[in-house]
Design a protein around this ligand. Structure first.
Ligand SMILES: Cc1cc2nc3c(=O)[nH]c(=O)nc-3n(C[C@H](O)[C@H](O)[C@H](O)COP(=O)(O)OP(=O)(O)OC[C@H]3O[C@@H](n4cnc5c(N)ncnc54)[C@H](O)[C@@H]3O)c2cc1C
Length: 332
């Protein structure tokens, strides 16, 4: 390829969604990534949940984010010929009286009406503090998406294995590595390690995603992924004893001990304040561009914000500082 319009450093969710969005707008891209097997995006559960955190907050922009994300992934599923997006309800079981009280208050806000319906009867009887079914949510199979996009980009000569050197002009989509390399080290992302377990639980027999403080995602026959944890400023990306214990305690309480550990993984999320990603050009080096800080909601945020970054770069639209904050702080 002769000189691309955008050299993209990193092929996690941020780099992949940015690259595909730029291609949709007729731009030539070259994505460079070291192809490590365990990165934040590859470990992630990929949940897209508008009412995800313990505070049950619904962001101002949720409709826009969901429409952008679901439209983007469906569009690319057809082109990449891989199934990686599924719209699935999430059963939310409230975890205590405080949360039930908060939910009562939330329900006075009519914006919530479009996003929930009652729990199915078999779950209502198992939810002492009540709960609801979240609608218009789902899951991105991140590994399938990233692998399919990588193969497709490579076939077009738009992907190369490697690491982008420090001083190269690029769109920097390198997740938590931002603190260690590239021109945006000063940007205050906060690294948060998350651990996920994969378990076998033949007696659970649930095909929907269940969220009861921690989430349980069906991923195969009798097999589930369970997460997640938050450990700030971790020294490495390996599951810690504390995180494992936190998830074990949850599972023992929720499934009554009838489960078996198959695997455990961890990744480091690039968190930004107030859940708002960092995007835009470097203040003194305009050919250095940033797309980072997707936090715990990368699958839902990436398509909308990649589009806003391209609007900024191509049309001179204002950068993120002039956009509406899409969410309260929240966790997956
Ligand atoms: C346990 C866990 C569970 C999660 N669950 C969810 C969830 O359910 N839903 C959700 O939406 N989000 C979830 N997330 C968050 C989501 O994974 C992140 O928002 C997202 O992965 C961040 O993507 P990224 O591309 O910014 O970073 P990364 O995935 O870290 O990608 C950065 C890429 O850049 C590469 N790189 C680094 N340096 C260079 C360089 N110099 N040159 C080239 N490439 C480089 C890296 O190798 C990597 O491939 C979860 C995260 C964790 C850890």
């Amino acid at each position: 390829m002769s000189s691309p319009d955008y050299l993209v450093a990193g092929q996690g969710l941020a780099g992949t969604v940015f690259a595909l969005s730029a291609i949709q707008r007729g731009r030539a891209v070259l994505v460079i990534d070291p192809e490590e097997s365990s990165t934040c995006s590859r470990v992630a559960a990929g949940l897209m949940n508008p009412i995800s955190g313990p505070r049950l907050a619904l962001g101002e922009n949720e409709e826009t984010l969901w429409n952008a994300a679901s439209g983007f992934y469906r569009h690319w599923e057809a082109i990449l010929e891989a199934p990686f997006f599924e719209e699935r309800p999430i059963l939310r079981l409230l975890t205590g009286a405080d949360q039930a009280e908060r939910w009562e208050k939330r329900l006075r806000d009519p914006r919530y009406d479009a996003w929930h319906e009652p729990l199915p009867p078999e779950w209502a009887s198992r939810a002492p503090f009540g709960g609801f079914t979240t609608k218009r949510c789902g899951r991105l199979h991140t590994v399938t998406f990233l692998d399919a996009a990588r193969t497709w980009l490579r076939q077009r000569g738009s992907f190369r294995t490697g690491t982008v050197p420090e001083d190269t002009a690029a769109v920097w989509c390198i997740g938590h590595e931002l603190r260690r390399s590239g021109p945006f080290r000063e940007v205050p992302i906060r690294p948060a390690r998350g651990t996920i377990l994969t378990i076998r639980a033949p007696e659970f027999r649930e095909t929907r995603i269940v969220h009861a403080g921690k989430w349980i995602v069906p991923v195969g026959p009798d097999t589930y992924r369970v997460g997640s944890t938050y450990e700030w400023n971790p020294a490495d990306a390996f599951p810690s004893l504390e995180a494992r214990e936190e998830l074990r305690t949850f599972l023992d309480g929720f499934l009554g001990g009838s489960w078996e550990l198959i695997n455990e993984e961890a990744g480091i999320r690039p968190m930004a304040n107030r859940g708002l990603p960092f995007l835009g050009s470097h203040p003194t080096q305009p050919n250095q561009i940033l797309f980072n800080g997707l936090g715990s909601r990368g699958s839902l945020l990436a398509p909308w914000y990649a589009g806003r970054l391209l609007d900024h770069l191509e049309l001179g639209a204002p950068d993120q500082s002039d956009l509406t904050d899409p969410s309260d702080p929240r966790t997956n």
